[in-house]
Unconditional design. Sequence first.
Length: 189
Amino acid sequence: MPTASSVLRIQTVTIWLAREVYQQMRDEADLFSPLETGGVLLGWRSGSSRVIVQACGPGPRALHGRHRFLPDHQWHVAEIHQAFQLSGGDLDYLGDWHSHPSGDAVMSSEDHATLRRICRRVRNPLMMIIDGQTQPGERVTGCWMGHASGWSIFGRYEAIAQEIRLFDPPTDWQHCTTERQSPDVLAKL
Ligand SMILES: [Zn+2]
C-alpha cells in the first residue's frame, strides 16, 4: 500500500503543457463538437513534472459519440512509436486526453475505469479532459493522474487532480507539432 507520503508526492506533480498543443486539442474538440474526441499526450517526465509537447488526435478508426469516445488504439500505438523514433527516444506516452462537449471537465465513472486500466501498463498516467460547455477561450480543462497499486479489483486506485501550467517552448525545441503535419514534414524538423 502506498504511504501517505507517496500520495503527497503525487499531488505535487506539475503538468507543463505547451500552449500550441493545448490550442490544437481545443481546435480538435471544436471540430468534433457535439461529439467527443481525444487522443494521446506525448512528452517526458522531469522529476515531479510532466512536460507535454505533443498531442495526437483520435485516429482514423476512432468512434465518436455524444458521451463516449473510443480511440483508434492501433493508430495511437504506431504514432507513439513514430514519435519515440523521430525524437531519438525523447518523447514518450504520458496519458490520454478527450473532450466533454456537453459536460463538465470532470471524470466520469467510465473515465475512471479507463484510467485505472491504463495504470496497469503505465506508471501514473495522465487523463486530461477539455470541457465543451464554456465559451471559446473560456474552456475549463482538468488533468488527473492515476495511481494504482495491486492488480486485482481490490487494489487501490486514485485519480488525483493536477495543476496545468501553459508554457511557450523555446524555439529550439522541435517536438511541438500537430498531427496534421505529415511524417515527411516531421522528419525534416
Ligand atoms: Zn470522459
